[in-house]
Design a protein around this ligand. Structure first.
Ligand code: SD4
Length: 332
């Protein structure tokens, strides 16, 4: 893994160069100054921010932006890096399967014009983010599902591949023996990739890609490919994307909510905190699951927040690729 220029920063701003992949616990309270928010527009662009600790993905996206590429191309290229990473067990190849051993992928992409494309319950295709883009650009539709989406992908030149790696197969077989159906959300590290980018023109795009909940019921689709839930972009305002227990993000239409809150004047940080607050308020059992959001506004300010400790965001701008530990609601 290439970790050049990769710096981990706590939300309070102390820096440590790291070679590992685990985020430091953050403790930024909403009242403390966010070092990112003070940047002016011109300093902040271009930028890319992604859920979790994914320096290779943000680097790929930033490379596109630096060479004058569009935010849309950047998020597609960035998401593809994690989709191709067989060691990541929550995105693309190597993703943990559903209860029946099938790896099913969800992804969506949205551009600065408000166009959107998504695939849900896609099997055997390694790059759902690129298929989602094809849905957006090559069809009159916005969402394609299951075998129809797979046929469409093949017709567009995507190869069929086995996505179930030995490691993920073993993990699934172990789970079968234990036979407990409980959604597994990794609250500590690499997980669903949601990515937002602002290009040199100041235009915003986003992508979100996942294999969904590990050992989900066959047919289950989460928030990640659903417009307004896993991702939303409004080029006049900003963008937001989600990771965590998709059912709760879906029920609160979390990413759309964040963008609308920013439209009403909230900062990205305040908007993410409000969206997490709505989930917590409705769920006395919030200790049992994680949700994390990231957001950017048109000024290039970035926010991120989660229910529990362990979530982080990777931001590449001004030539520096940094992982920021997220502040979180549950301090108990
Ligand atoms: C889902 N939101 O399918 C995804 C999973 C995820 O961190 O983000 N896990 O519900």
């Amino acid at each position: 893994m290439k970790r050049r220029n990769f710096i981990q920063r706590t939300a309070l701003g102390s820096l440590a160069v790291v070679g590992g992949s685990k985020a430091l616990a953050g403790s930024l309270s909403s009242t403390e100054p966010n070092p990112k928010s003070s940047m002016s527009n011109s300093e902040a662009m271009p930028l890319v921010v992604a859920t979790w600790n994914v320096p290779n993905a943000t680097e790929a996206a930033y490379t596109v932006l630096q060479s004058g590429g569009s935010a849309l191309d950047a998020v597609e290229q960035g998401c593809r890096v994690e989709e191709a990473n067989a060691e990541g067990q929550s995105v693309g190849i190597g993703g943990l399967p559903d209860r029946e051993g099938h790896v099913t992928l969800d992804a969506c992409i949205m551009n600065s014009k408000g166009d959107y494309g998504a695939v849900v319950y896609l099997q055997n295709i390694k790059h759902p983010i690129s298929v989602a883009r094809k849905v957006m650009e090559e069809t009159p539709h916005v969402i394609m599902a299951g075998s129809g989406a797979e046929q469409f992908a093949v017709s567009q030149g995507f190869p069929r591949e086995n996505l179930l790696t030995e490691a993920s197969k073993k993990a699934w077989q172990k789970w079968l023996v234990e036979a407990k159906y409980k959604p597994i959300i990794n609250i500590e590290n690499h997980d669903t990739i949601g990515m937002l980018a602002i290009d040199q023109n100041g235009d915003i795009a986003g992508g979100c890609t996942t294999s969904g909940l590990a050992y989900k019921m066959a047919g289950r689709v989460g928030d990640s490919p659903i417009i307004g839930s896993g991702l939303f972009i409004d080029n006049e305002v900003g963008g937001a994307t989600a990771t965590g227990l998709g059912e709760e993000v879906l029920k609160t239409v979390g990413s759309f909510l964040i963008v609308e809150l920013m439209r009403q004047g909230r900062s990205p940080q305040q908007a993410c905190e409000e969206a997490i607050g709505r989930i917590v308020k409705k769920n006395p059992n919030y200790k049992d699951f994680q949700v994390g959001y990231i957001a950017v506004n048109k000024k290039g300010e970035v926010g991120y927040y989660s229910i529990h400790q362990g979530f982080s965001a990777t931001c590449y701008r001004k030539g520096t690729n940094e992982n920021f530990a997220s502040d979180y609601f549950d301090k108990s």
